[in-house]
Design a protein around this ligand. Sequence first.
Ligand SMILES: *Cc1c(COP(=O)(O)O)cnc(C)c1O
Length: 227
Amino acid sequence: MATLKERLSQLRSQISSTARSCDRDPSDITLLAVSKTRPVEDILQAVAAGQRAFGENYLQDALPKISRLQNLDLEWHFIGRIQSNKTRDIAENFSWVHALDKFKHARRLSDQRPPGLPALNVCIQLNLTGESSKGGIRADELAGLLEKLQQLPHLQVRGLMTMPPASADETRQHQVFGTLRELLKQMNQRGHNLDTLSMGMSGDMQAAICEGATIVRIGTAIFGPRI
Ligand SMILES: *Cc1c(COP(=O)(O)O)cnc(C)c1O
């Protein structure tokens, strides 16, 4: 079986070749290593192989790891569902939040962001397929939410995030990711300044990259199947 270092390097070449195959510059795509449920030892192996940005979903799982690794210069992204009573821990320990879908959470995150830290980078999660099991706002709610978020001084709204249904075939993946790219373009035409499309996981990375992903969030392809 390949080592973590080998899988990571394979994945990086795959990202580059996919990007070139659809006329994109590979350096426009950031690999976020999703380390949820993985031990610190796995993260350290990824760090030794040059990885800096890590994504976590569960705070109880993430906080001890962040604390143990605090002397390394890593960038932590909170990619899970946000709960109101957890916003302070998120605001204090992460650089990015990917799944914002409520103004109430945004206001708490902004209020609770420690003054010494730069603004918290956020992506708004879109639910483009109506799946009730998933978070995210509808497309017709986006302009209104973005408008309100402008009042929050300690958040920097960077872009949009979405996930197609796990069952989606490649055509459907392209549709969903293409819709997110179009929404970002429309919002920028309205005067916003969004530069991030957080889309693509181990199973749908190719489609996401060809539709314009700037951050791919990859767990299984780096760390192996979750146990
Ligand atoms: C777990 C997770 C990922 C990574 O999924 P893999 O299929 O393991 O690559 C990406 N994004 C979110 C929001 C996740 O919860």
